[in-house]
Design a protein. Structure first.
Length: 509
């Protein structure tokens, strides 16, 4: 705990990893959050908190992306974009836009499920960032969404629909209710969240792009407008670039708070918590008079023990924790269940073994936003020449360190990388023997996501290769990955066993 953070205060970001495009609700004394998951499976992560500061990952609402055939290979800029989470009629609801297919919805009686299979509410290209609203006063239901120009040729506008109260279909063709082109200086209006408050329809929506934009608020007495607008959060003289896109939540005592993201390059979109109040004209005021706060008084909620989404894993009984996701829809047999501790991954044969970015069977978790040391123990059991396994830092460029079986049957430590424009990897260091086919792998991640790789084969950790600066994917922060792969051929290529995955603070502060 820093001197700036006490039992009475919190420090941003409250989720210092890539929990992109967050939305939040309160049900009773519990707060729940979901985020974009793009092409990874399972998708739609579900986080829980009692104080809006300490969060844990409790599950996922989407086991597999549909249609299955579209997500058999990695698609990091597709899939689940900017979901909205709501609680209505004693059910949890999540709506999201797949930019290539349309607006989907799932729902469940409890946050941990069981969740329904995805239901396509509206088909269409470029329909993104949907958010529903059930108006308890009138019984009407509505939905607002934004547009992806890459798919539709349209952007910078929000379209509103009347929706069936069952949440299964839209009742009209839709109407543009906010046109960003008509607001001087506004561009890339997206990510709307829809609310009813104090007799107004409210849309909280960002504009200006994720790197440098701002958060806007729109209000109208009727859903279809006209809306008036106001900028309610922007960088000002802080170091929080592009503070926008998130959700508003009210505590039991009546306090208002806003959770939003900040784009941090290889770390992805980290989540900040802003205080929220209302000015005399009835507009929301976020942060410190519209500027993001770094440290602030905690919400008026019962004290909670420190908590964060899990990262470490002992893989009890051969199972991996919910913090891990595959880079595409999984297939039976990628992870071989067994009774002992340790994760046993099959060395999946692939024609793309030379480029980890193309492999669907990489098991990943988010790169932490603070400097850290990542370690895992590996045993390569695959007997096939060329079979390999290791620990990767994945993005548009990537690097990994691990073990590979040679043509003569011996196992070597290998360290490989691929640049953004490269279509195959190269050696980052000379291979060296790994007696017994075992190694401890380590990545020390410093400021700016600069990664230094090392390996211990029994004589202590030895550094390997040059420092590697992690890179993001197109919409996704860099990922830590565990992988086992083998070249194409006949028969089973064996397995690799990972044990004691750990992420710790760096040894030297």
């Amino acid at each position: 705990m820093t001197a700036e953070q006490t039992d009475l205060t919190y420090r941003n970001p409250v989720l210092n990893a890539d929990w992109s495009d967050p939305d939040v609700i309160r049900v009773g004394d519990d707060f729940y959050l979901t985020a974009s998951s793009f092409g990874r499976a399972p998708g739609l992560p579900l986080l829980h908190s009692r104080d809006l500061v300490n969060w844990t990952l409790v599950g996922h609402a989407l086991e597999r992306l549909e249609p299955e055939s579209e997500f058999t290979t990695p698609r990091h800029d597709c899939g689940v974009w900017a979901p909205s989470l709501r609680h209505h009629d004693d059910r949890f609801w999540i709506f999201w836009g797949d930019p290539d297919q349309g607006v989907f919805q799932v729902n469940a009686p409890e946050i941990r499920g069981p969740w329904t299979r995805p239901h396509l509410v509206k088909a269409g290209k470029g329909l993104i960032d949907p958010c529903p609203l059930w108006d308890d006063e009138t019984g009407e239901a509505y939905l607002v969404h934004a547009w992806a120009k890459s798919r539709s040729g349209v952007k910078n506008r929000l379209t509103g629909h009347r929706m069936h109260p069952h949440g299964t279909e839209l009742l009209d063709e839709g109407k543009v209710i906010v046109d960003g082109d008509r607001i001087p200086g506004w561009f890339t209006l997206e990510g709307p969240k829809l609310y009813k408050h104090d007799g107004w329809f409210w849309i909280l929506a960002p504009a200006g792009g994720v790197e440098t934009g701002w958060q806007g608020a729109f209000r109208s007495r009727t859903f279809f407008g006209p809306y008036e607008e106001k900028v309610v959060l922007e960088q000002k003289d802080t170091d929080v670039n592009g503070p926008h896109q998130g959700g508003w939540v009210r505590t039991p005592s009546g306090e208002d708070w806003f959770l939003h993201f900040q784009q941090r390059g290889p770390y992805g979109r980290v989540v900040h918590l802003q205080p929220m109040s209302w000015n005399p004209e009835g507009w929301p005021v976020l942060g410190d008079d519209g500027a993001p706060v770094a440290v602030h008084r905690r919400p008026d909620l019962p004290p909670q023990p420190p908590a964060a989404p899990a990262t470490d894993d002992d893989f009890p009984g051969g199972r991996f924790g919910r913090q891990w996701t595959w880079t595409a829809n999984p297939k039976e047999g990628w992870a071989t269940q067994h009774s002992a501790d340790g994760l046993r991954l099959t060395c999946v044969r692939s024609a793309d073994a030379h480029d980890l970015r193309r492999l669907p069977h990489v098991l990943t978790q988010r790169l932490p936003g603070d400097p850290c040391t990542v370690e895992v123990e590996l045993r390569l059991d695959g007997e096939e020449p060329g079979a390999c396994a290791g620990l990767a830092v994945l993005g548009d460029a990537y690097r990994w360190i691990g073990l590979q079986r040679g043509a003569d049957g011996t196992v070597h430590v290998v360290h490989r990388f691929a640049e953004t424009v490269a279509d195959r990897e190269r050696d980052a260091d000379h291979p060296r023997p790994a007696p017994g086919g075992r190694a401890r792998l380590r990545v020390e991640i410093g400021a700016g996501a600069r990664c230094r790789f090392s390996c211990d084969t029994g004589d202590g950790f030895r550094p390997s290769g040059q420092v590697f600066a992690a890179t993001p994917w197109r919409w996704v922060g860099a990922l830590l990955g565990l992988v086992a792969v083998a070249p194409t051929g006949q028969g089973h290529a064996g397995t690799a066993t990972f044990t004691r995955f750990r992420i710790s603070a760096p040894a030297h502060g």
